[in-house]
Design a protein around this ligand. Structure first.
Ligand code: TEU
Length: 534
């Protein structure tokens, strides 16, 4: 079995992870200070979000030099030190590859926007005038007027993130060159930002699959053939049909992709991420069922609740007050019992929660642009703030809460963004001391994946499919069975398993309460979850 089928990834958003030089911004020195913490948690791979040179319009997802480390994060020497320190602990490092677009301060774009005859002009996408009113992901038109050449350039994200023209072979050559440069430095692979969008047909299709697959296969030939690299594509538009195409090893494209279908279910269809409706747990269960079946023995799933773009899962789908620990553990067990590679986003392992800032304290370009757009659309400030509190990306970007001390132990200096006021109760120091913490529960989940083959190989079948109180499933491999039963509510419930499960002699592998046995009729406490192996 490929090594990554038992691996667990830990995502670090460095600016919010740990500050080592007292400027209020997390940095590489801070990550270096915490490599033993990562080892203790037991993770196998670190995904580092962008640390390249950038004007930070989108916190590093707007790269101005792919070959340099942003001084805000440190130096190339510190990067190399960190890479060695992780490797010495048996932890791999993958970097974030952001090549759907560059920063508008990248040299290529600086040349391109000055002179239509520049060789860099066709590295980007230009039009004399927009044909449609296609909107960017960060509000406003995808077209931005460029005075010097009296034409418009295309940007799917902020106007400071001009899209690269992937149909230009010179662009692809530049990308393959930088990929190989970083692989030759010894990194272990990449998370590829919005990589399905490289197949766009401007103003016609945001993602024309045929092209994305063609370019990814070319990238594999030019960069990854013969290397044991780990690649995960952020494919916001992947479906259970297309995902196997990206991750089918015969096609030589990617190791796996992120599907996002399970994280869009509280959105009013077609109104984007800010117009909210209550989550239907049965819809959630069905999405996981479809993805588990679609990729079983035909590709590989990424399993994640959180990342730097998503709100904190315990606030989103659990209960971040009375039952924070129980519900965070329940959500962890549901995810880590499935087939795929789990991703833990920094702070998830201690149950960090969403935050409520005053409007002026939000930093994220997506949020700032959305406020203007929604005000113009006539939304009340109350509805706008409700959307930001629930779905704003800054929920995931508040500094990691290391202890109950000054600035939560994150920095000696006031941090670049506010700290969640609950840091005195919720922090790493407390979590490590507390045997019953979410941290220790995540440690066990990570260990179970290595100890029980069935988690990586078993098939998947939902239990209590129609019953919204439960998120439960069964994994089968040969004559072994793994059952995960979770009470997805804040009430005690009676779980009548008589028709659903034939319990045999087995053992409780993990429970977020003190349960050590299972019966046909069980009363489950609020957010109680149990993993039973027979
Ligand atoms: O995100 C891509 C993406 O789909 C985002 O628009 C995401 O859906 C949205 O932020 C959810 O609110 C990637 C990176 O993860 C994100 O941080 C970057 O801002 C974006 O690409 C542009 O590089």
């Amino acid at each position: 079995m490929e090594w990554w089928k038992k691996a667990v990834v830990y995502q670090i958003y460095p600016m919010s992870f740990k500050d080592s030089n007292g400027d209020g911004m997390g940095d590489l020195g801070g990550v270096l200070e915490k490599v033993d913490y990562l080892k203790k948690l037991g993770v196998d791979i670190v995904w580092m979000t962008p640390i390249y040179e950038s004007p930070m319009d989108d916190n590093g997802y707007d790269i101005s030099d792919y070959y340099k480390i942003n001084p805000l994060f440190g130096t190339m020497e510190q990067f190399e030190q960190l890479l060695d320190a992780l490797h010495e602990r048996g932890i791999r490092l993958i970097m974030d590859l952001v090549v759907n677009h560059t920063s508008d301060e990248h040299e290529w774009f600086r040349q391109a926007r000055k002179d239509k005859s520049s060789k860099y002009h066709d590295y980007y996408i230009w039009k004399d005038r927009p044909i449609t009113d296609q909107q960017s992901f960060f509000s406003g038109s995808v077209w931005e007027y460029n005075e010097e050449t009296e034409e418009y350039y295309y940007h799917l994200f902020s106007r400071r993130q001009p899209d690269l023209n992937w149909d230009n072979p010179e662009v692809r050559k530049e990308v393959y060159k930088l990929i190989n440069w970083w692989l030759d430095k010894g990194i272990d692979g990449f998370r590829m930002d919005v990589i399905d969008l490289i197949g766009k047909i401007p103003e016609e299709s945001i993602m024309y699959g045929e092209k994305s697959h063609k370019y990814l296969q070319e990238m594999y030939r030019e960069c990854f053939e013969g290397r044991e690299a780990f690649t995960v594509g952020e494919t916001s538009f992947a479906t259970p049909v297309s995902a196997p195409l990206y991750s089918d090893k015969e096609r030589k494209e990617l190791t796996m992709v992120f599907g996002f279908e399970h994280l869009g279910l509280e959105e009013v269809k077609g109104n984007g991420k800010w117009d909210l409706k209550p989550l239907d747990v049965n819809e959630l269960k069905q999405v996981f069922l479809v993805w588990q079946k679609a990729l079983h023995e035909k590709g590989w799933n990424s399993l994640f609740w959180s990342n730097h773009d998503q709100p904190r899962i315990v606030s989103r789908m659990g209960n971040d007050t009375v039952y924070r620990k129980e519900s965070a553990k329940m959500l962890g067990m549901i995810l880590h019992g499935m087939q795929g590679t789990p991703y833990i986003y920094q702070g998830e392992e201690i149950g960090m929660t969403n935050v409520k800032f005053a409007l002026e304290d939000y930093k994220d370009v997506e949020t700032i642009n959305m406020v203007k757009e929604k005000q113009e659309a006539g939304w009340s400030m109350e509805k706008i703030m409700k959307g930001i509190y629930a779905k704003g990306r800054d929920n995931a970007r508040t500094p990691i809460q290391w202890n109950a001390g000054k600035n939560a132990g994150f920095s000696e200096h006031e941090p670049w963004i506010g700290i969640n006021p609950n840091y005195k109760e919720i922090n790493v120091e407390e979590a490590i001391k507390d045997e019953d913490s979410i941290f220790h529960f995540y440690q066990k989940l990570i260990r179970l994946r290595k100890e029980y083959e069935i988690i990586s190989t078993g098939d998947f079948e939902l239990l209590f499919e129609e019953d919204r109180r439960f998120f439960a499933y069964k994994r089968q491999a040969d004559d072994r069975t793994l059952v995960v039963i979770a009470n997805f509510t804040g009430e005690s419930v009676v779980c009548d398993c008589t028709d659903e499960i034939t319990f045999k002699e087995g053992r409780v592998l993990l429970s977020n309460y003190d349960r050590n046995s299972v019966e046909k009729i069980m009363s489950l406490r609020p957010y109680e979850a149990v993993m039973y192996y027979m």
